[in-house]
Design a protein around this ligand. Structure first.
Ligand SMILES: [Zn+2]
Ligand SMILES: [Zn+2]
Length: 358
């Protein structure tokens, strides 16, 4: 991706020399997610174009310099199926890391496929190979987890692990999930696993809402066929007239926020995770929607290595969950413009990148 709005170009890079502790991953799958569309629209600040997009990816270890150990404790060898946490160089020493315990806000933090320039090397998954620099958090892809389930979950699943952690769902909670994209779909599944007694999904279109049900939603409310007031009434009807214990925003649309505030019960909790780019301000009535409701609002930014590891064990232990269906179609490196166009038009929740396709 050479610049915002420019067509994706296929370029050749030299095979990198590996310093001790580094590895080269032969890419088997990567993804085209909503963030990649934002990157292509130029809506993320400080992106060092040209970049090789694709932050969450999976492959086989093609070469390694010295012994490699995964953060799951496994020894990794050439030929093993491996995955890695796309966030690297979190410093562990700055105020965000140490004092505030918010490592996802570390200013040294870098992310494969987003903040790493192609001029520095193979730091992205839309490629035949990915350079894994020393210190990148690696793990073996469990034998029971298919590539398509791992990438179908992908970055949305990692984000959802963090969202559900921030939400502190208790057994039996009524949870509303706003958004039925890759993040929302994973959030629905994890809310269920976390013990929610009722999960209501709000989103569109119909096929995503059908998938929302397969991921564990008890009820779905289609944005295209209901008004905000109808949705509020439906949530009240399902919760003894109180509203949801927990509302999870994974929509990224400004209007979702005032609506979410209205869907939460008095003393409830609202986690905002879908506003990854600045989509502008929205009117909020602080008296009615926050103060008088005694509402708790939490932001949720990025994910940490522990969310990555947890996502792997969730995939391993819940093989019935159809994460693979989130990744609707595979595209080769020569079809990435088409993949971006499909993701931009929201024709599919997520496009998968498979470099073995021409
Ligand atoms: Zn730091
Ligand atoms: Zn992503």
């Amino acid at each position: 991706m050479t610049a915002p709005r420019a067509p994706i170009e296929v370029r050749e890079f030299p095979r990198p020399d590996l310093p001790p502790g580094a590895a080269l991953l032969r890419t088997l799958r990567s993804e085209v997610c909503g963030t990649d569309v934002h990157l292509w629209h130029g809506r993320l600040s400080g992106v060092p174009y040209p970049i090789i997009p694709g932050h969450v990816s999976a492959g086989t270890i093609d070469a390694a310099r010295g012994p490699l150990k995964g953060i799951d404790g496994a020894d990794l060898r050439e030929g093993d199926r491996a995955v890695f946490f796309d966030v690297h160089r979190t410093c562990g020493r700055c105020r965000a890391c140490t004092v505030h315990r918010t490592p996802t806000r570390c200013s040294s933090r870098r992310v494969y496929g987003i903040t790493d320039s192609a001029d520095e090397g193979l730091f992205g998954g839309w490629a035949d190979a990915i350079y894994l620099e020393p210190g990148v958090a690696l793990a073996r892809l469990p034998d029971a987890v298919s590539l398509d389930d791992y990438i179908g979950g992908g970055c949305g699943l990692l984000t959802a692990v963090h969202i559900v952690e921030r939400a502190e769902i208790r057994l039996g909670d009524a949870v509303v999930v706003q958004g039925a994209g890759a993040v929302g779909l994973s959030t629905i599944a994890l809310s269920r696993i976390a013990g929610a007694g009722l999960v209501i999904a709000i989103g569109a279109p119909a096929d995503r809402l059908a998938l929302a049900r397969e991921m564990g939603a008890d009820a779905v409310l289609d944005l295209a066929f209901t008004s905000a007031e109808e949705r509020r009434q439906a949530v009240l009807d399902a919760t003894h007239g109180e509203g949801a214990d927990i509302v999870l925003e994974a929509a990224g649309a400004p209007a979702a926020v005032p609506e979410g505030l209205d869907l939460a019960r008095v003393g409830g909790r609202y986690v905002i995770a879908g506003h990854y780019t600045d989509v502008g301000p929205v009117p909020v009535n602080a008296h009615h929607q926050i103060n008088r409701k005694h509402l708790e609002i939490r932001g949720c930014w990025g994910s940490e290595a522990r969310h990555f590891l947890r996502a792997l064990s969730i995939l391993e232990r819940h093989p019935h969950l159809p994460f693979r269906k989130i990744g609707a179609r595979r595209y080769g490196l020569g079809q990435l413009n088409e993949a971006l166009a499909d993701a931009e038009a929201m024709r599919i929740p997520k496009a998968l990148v498979d470099p073995s396709l021409s």
